[in-house]
Design a protein around this ligand. Structure first.
Ligand SMILES: [Zn+2]
Length: 244
């Protein structure tokens, strides 16, 4: 784990919630899982720093995607424990970020810019697409899902996480009024490591996210519970497949 990341993590430690379990990290296979605090972000791999969400995603990729070693993969972030994990296990890996002031398809400081609503990749470029906590921020998520479907090869998998709410229907937090984007619910923001500051949460996904994926063309879409404990903080992950 990078020293700066470790120092940041140490600030989150709650001494009475500390825990250590003999359980392999799904991202880097290190043999122990550390709990710094009773929260998703407080459960970490002591070696690579993967959080409970990242480990959940890595676990589903590794258990559900066949022939990972032959996969051309695309991950919608440019760094971190999941990128390192995919780089180790997949045949090839393309990564990207949405960068302000950079045209999609261009790079800045070696980081490729992509807008998920309008990817610049050719049709059927990848066997596996992944993203962590991205789609709740995408204004037109239906367009984003269609783009992922387009760039996947037949039989390809889309594995991703979003905050999932225990409700049947997705709640849109933003809407259109007289051609302008307006708040339907009080604005909420998440941190973003590249775009700095904060990015707006567009919606709270419910279980109908699988129907949204089906509408984008995915023959099969389901919510998968990862096969790991993570001190009770394992996060359900979305798994969708383009028909072979
Ligand atoms: Zn790890």
């Amino acid at each position: 784990m990078r020293r700066s990341r470790l120092l940041r993590l140490l600030h989150t430690v709650r001494p009475f919630e500390l825990g250590l379990a003999r359980a392999p990290c799904a991202a880097c296979s290190f043999g122990w899982c550390l709990r710094l605090a009773r929260s998703e972000s407080g459960v970490r791999c002591p070696r690579c720093g993967a959080s409970a969400v990242t480990q959940s995603l890595a676990a589903v990729v590794r258990s559900e995607v066949p022939e990972l070693a032959r996969c051309a993969a695309y991950e919608m972030s440019a760094g971190g424990p999941l990128v390192d994990c995919l780089r180790r296990h997949c045949a090839s890996l393309v990564t990207s970020e949405l960068l302000d002031g950079v045209a999609p398809g261009q790079t800045r400081d070696g980081v490729l810019c992509q807008n998920i609503e309008q990817l610049t990749f050719a049709d059927a470029s990848f066997d596996l697409c992944t993203s962590t906590e991205v789609f709740e921020h995408v204004e037109d998520d239906a367009a984003g899902f269609r783009e992922v479907f387009r760039v996947l090869r037949p039989g390809g998998h889309f594995v991703f996480s979003v905050p999932l709410f225990d409700s049947a229907a997705t709640v849109e937090r933003m809407g259109w009024q007289e051609g302008r984007r307006v708040e339907l619910l009080p604005a909420q923001y998440h941190a973003d490591r590249y775009r700095g500051a904060v990015i707006l949460v567009q919606r709270d996904y419910g279980r109908d996210i699988v129907e949204r994926l089906a509408a984008a063309g995915f023959a099969q879409a389901r919510i998968v519970r990862p096969p790991i404990a993570l001190f009770g903080h394992a996060r359900p992950v979305l798994l969708a497949q383009r028909q072979a």
